[in-house]
Design a protein around this ligand. Structure first.
Ligand SMILES: [Zn+2]
Length: 394
């Protein structure tokens, strides 16, 4: 459980944050650690019953950056819930704001996280204070709001808790269920944003009938901060598309949108090892499935063929150690080879059973390749499990 109390000073692109992590009684570790951007100033660390606390610099390979690590040590194994509160302040770097918006998101690195657990799902409450005239948008509607004070709650990955702060947001909502909305920083939506809303509703409808049939989306939000950097999906029924030019009438942008939306289901594998294919290959293949279902079979074949080509001659997916390879090889194995494997599984099983496998995998929030193989065995039989295992080892 995470509790966040944030004060935003938009003129200075600055914020202060009081972050409280409650570690459940079942977690009996005697040392707890929280990583935080080294540029932020920690004003206070509160850890009741702790014997020792210190802040050290640590290199974090996954970010390719040195962070500050708050380490709290307890005298004995605890069998009670424990609470750590960090109070810190910082300034957003220029990638994360425009004249219209400040972006506090999964990519702005504004939150502490336990090492190697940045994508662990957490329940949270988020309170944001702003000067008068500002609005705060998150992945859900606020549960309370009054001028200068906004309160949200939800569940998402530890570093993905999101707040967009600005004076003007334009919004549109799909007419039919599921409730799909687009929120854009700035005064007005453009024509591509209306196309995007329509496409997002179509993609979500398709996923709800297929991969999400056991765990469907009832409401979804596309956030468009316009900070023009990248795009990413959240576990919290939302995606952040920062590109200022984004037109889903183009196949490439449509695939990005479909990929990111599907991360609502594909976000439970560790990003630090081979299990990241459960996130990235599954999201990529889901986007290709949407392309196929929407009638663009030529596009489906073309996109698959591209990936089949780059997957040739790569190391096995099972046991792939990303720390031993460069980023392009990681993409070729985790994204492309994984996608080609799923296409092969699709071809072997046919669409009905294949979609049943994906839906069961999504509903169980499968986080390891071994657990996925078990879902395959239970859903379509142990022969296919053995066949897939052999492919994963090649
Ligand atoms: Zn992805």
């Amino acid at each position: 459980m995470v509790r966040l109390q944030v004060r935003v000073m938009p003129d200075a692109h600055a914020f202060t944050c009081r972050y409280t992590l409650t570690v459940p009684a079942g977690d009996t570790a005697t040392t707890l650690a929280l990583n935080l951007d080294r540029r932020f100033r920690i004003a206070r660390v509160q850890a009741p019953r702790a014997q020792q606390q210190r802040v050290a610099r640590v290199y974090y390979p996954f970010f390719g950056d040195t962070l500050q690590c708050v380490q709290v040590r307890y005298a004995a194994r605890s069998h009670q819930a424990r609470r750590i509160t960090l109070t810190y302040s910082g300034v957003l770097t220029e990638k994360f704001f425009t004249a219209q918006v400040l972006e506090f998101s999964g990519h702005s690195g504004w939150l502490p996280f336990r090492p190697l657990r940045e994508y662990e799902p957490v329940r949270y409450t988020l309170d944001v204070r702003t000067p008068p005239g500002y609005q705060v948008l998150s992945t859900t509607a606020p549960r309370r709001q009054r001028p200068g004070h906004w309160a949200f709650r939800g569940r998402t990955s530890a570093i993905e808790i999101t707040a967009l702060v600005g004076q003007h947001f334009a919004r549109a909502q799909a007419a039919a269920r599921p409730l799909v909305g687009v929120v854009k920083a700035g005064p007005a939506l453009g024509r591509p944003d209306s196309v995007l809303l329509h496409q997002a509703a179509g993609i979500i409808g398709f996923y709800n009938r297929t991969i999400g049939q056991q765990d469907s989306i009832r409401a979804f939000r596309v956030l468009l901060p316009g900070t023009n950097r990248d795009a990413f999906g959240l576990l919290a029924n939302a995606t952040v598309i920062t590109y200022s030019e984004f037109n889903t009438a183009d196949r490439g942008d449509l695939l990005i949108l479909a990929h990111e939306i599907s991360h609502k289901w594909w976000g439970y594998g560790s990003v630090h090892d081979e299990n990241d294919w459960l996130n990235e290959a599954f999201a990529t293949y889901s986007s290709l499935l949407y392309l196929q279902a929407s009638g663009d079979t030529a596009g489906y074949r073309l996109e698959l063929a591209k990936r089949a080509k780059t997957a040739v001659g790569t190391p096995p997916l099972l046991g792939f150690d990303r720390t031993k390879y460069d980023y392009p090889m990681y993409r070729r194995v985790i994204y492309d080879k994984g996608t080609v494997l799923l296409a092969a599984l699709h071809a072997r099983l046919g669409t009905g059973p294949f979609v049943a496998v994906l839906a069961a995998t999504a509903a169980r929030q499968v986080s390891t390749t071994a657990a996925f193989l078990d879902v395959v065995a239970q859903t379509v039989g142990s022969d296919t499990r053995a066949w897939l295992l052999a492919k994963l080892q090649r």
